[in-house]
Design a protein around this ligand. Structure first.
Ligand SMILES: Cc1cc2nc3c(=O)[nH]c(=O)nc-3n(C[C@H](O)[C@H](O)[C@H](O)COP(=O)(O)O)c2cc1C
Length: 195
């Protein structure tokens, strides 16, 4: 089974979302020795912004990397993403990755009946970290609501969220949020089609 592990936090060892995403991946690895894990650190190796030159494939190195990123997404059975909240949304480094995997004709297509996702059958787990408290669907949540919609648009319905909220409010809220999140990690399970 292929697991794509993505981190985007700029806070290194102090990152809450990195701690949570690593704990989720470790749980999957402990559950089965055949787990093929690819780790994409979008902070250490950010993708360039999508520009007119990117769309034209002007830089062959960039085009090769974009292809590899899309292929890695398409090949993955499980995708675990550490998602910090930055300015009420996701980090721009994660958005740059999304701009490379939301590709018409590969992960979605337009039909006479509207858009159709082509990347179904995957499981997505979001490890969300927020300094304050922004409930899913609330006016200030442009993080979970956006990612649920985006992956749904690509055809992925199997989406789970581990959330640590209020981590910057006080040391006590941080510790409680981390402990609660680590106690509620998703169970590894084999997807029906995954090798
Ligand atoms: C650049 C930046 C912007 C942030 N913006 C917000 C915000 O809009 N709302 C919020 O609740 N917390 C915000 N925070 C706090 C982070 O959500 C919090 O530190 C969280 O732990 C980030 O995840 P990480 O630890 O994995 O990096 C921000 C932090 C940084 C560094």
């Amino acid at each position: 089974m292929k697991l794509l592990h993505i981190d985007a936090s700029a806070l290194g060892d102090h990152s809450v979302s990195r701690t949570l995403s690593a704990a989720i991946v470790a749980r999957f690895q402990a559950a089965g020795p055949d787990m093929d894990v690819e780790h994409l650190d979008l902070d250490a190796s950010p993708l360039p912004h999508l520009t007119a030159a990117s769309l034209a494939g002007a830089d062959p190195v960039e085009a090769d990397r974009a292809r590899a990123v899309l292929d890695g997404f398409l090949a993955a059975d499980v995708i675990v993403i550490g998602v910090p909240m930055y300015n009420f949304g996701i980090p721009s480094t994660l958005k740059a990755w999304i701009d490379r995997i939301a590709v018409a004709g590969r992960t979605f297509r337009y039909t006479a009946n509207g858009a159709e996702g082509l990347a179904g059958g995957k499981r997505v787990i979001l490890a969300i970290a927020q300094g304050g408290v922004h409930a899913p669907g609330s006016a200030s949540d442009f993080q979970e609501s956006y990612l649920r919609f985006l992956f749904g648009f690509l055809g992925i319905q199997d989406i789970e969220v581990v959330r640590a909220q209020g981590v910057n409010l006080s040391p006590e809220t941080r510790e409680k949020a981390m402990n609660d999140a680590l106690a509620a990690l998703p169970e590894p399970r084999r997807l029906a089609h995954a090798a």
